[in-house]
Design a protein around this ligand. Sequence first.
Ligand code: NAP
Length: 340
Amino acid sequence: MKAVLTKGIGGTPTVTEIEMPTPGPTELLVKSLYMAFNPVDAFMIYTGMLVEQWPITLGVDGAGVVTELGDKAAELGFKKGDIVCGCARLGVPNHGTAQEYHLRDALVSIKKPSNVSVAEAATLGGGFQTAAIALVEGVHIPLPEKKESKVGEWVLVFGGAGAVGRATVQFLLLAGYDVVTTCSARSKEDLEALGTTTVDYKQPEDAQVEQILKITSGKLSKIIDASGNDNPVVAKKLFSGLSGEKLFATTNDWSNITDFEGGKTYEIRLGPIGAPRGEKLNKDMAKYNKVIEKLFEDGLLSTSQYDVAGEGWDEVVKAYNYHKEGKGGNKRVLVHLQDE
Ligand SMILES: NC(=O)c1ccc[n+]([C@@H]2O[C@H](COP(=O)([O-])OP(=O)(O)OC[C@H]3O[C@@H](n4cnc5c(N)ncnc54)[C@H](OP(=O)(O)O)[C@@H]3O)[C@@H](O)[C@H]2O)c1
């Protein structure tokens, strides 16, 4: 069967013939329907970080149909014919979604909500799963299970337009928080339609700080950086002028961002998802996934827009380059691989 494999650091993804994998007791074998790129695809190939064993298959996100499954996966409520999605286990062979049949860990898989298309399902894994960690572990806000009443506090999200950011702002709004988020002009309308107040990150940092303080009247103690910034200068400036508890959570877990200005920093780590070393994360994720499925079924969450950049195996590498060059804009880049 076909897989789009990268054999080592800096390698070029190539369509290759490989053997069909067999699911272990806790795994699903999934026929890949749509694969979706995630910034972590290129990150792993360029840095080798998060890679446990080469070759790896492209496609951190995606959606497909379960064709075989292990005994323990069946005990978790999965069955043949289910459409599943979610972030793949990272950096091991056979778990990327750009192969005809890929493996997926049942505990951390999401069942496609009935009101979401297969293409939409392919976009939602890494974003919503990371956002759940950002809320619960990062800024100590329980994941909302319904629309909650107003809390009367602001949360700032850097990068509300990304897959993680857009999921984060939706969770926060459901949890009853007022949300101010940074974005550029192209994403302002979408984020304001969700109910956020936006600030343009292309302005000078001091102008952003001034605007955020004015919007929040200084009632701000929680900041989530979903953009993965190496040096959160705006957050540092904001925290330097605020007193009380200050929590900062960041998707940047590679630059060693430490505590600053009297606040506590939390590095979000989805990296071990599905792996044995991610035992606690995997148990937490199983709970978060149920909440994500329910909130979608209740019509309370929406997926990011997407761009189907290609059809079939030969288009995957072209679509990877298109994604890396930022040609998808603020949309998730997908490839339609096969029909059900
Ligand atoms: N640590 C972890 O476990 C973990 C997990 C998931 C993701 N990540 C990291 O988190 C980051 C976001 O991931 P993602 O999947 O959400 O990315 P994404 O969907 O590719 O994000 C794209 C969006 O980022 C926005 N953006 C770019 N630079 C920005 C800046 N300086 N300030 C604010 N927004 C900015 C752009 O918004 P506009 O359209 O508004 O310009 C763009 O639409 C990546 O660096 C990724 O590697 C880490």
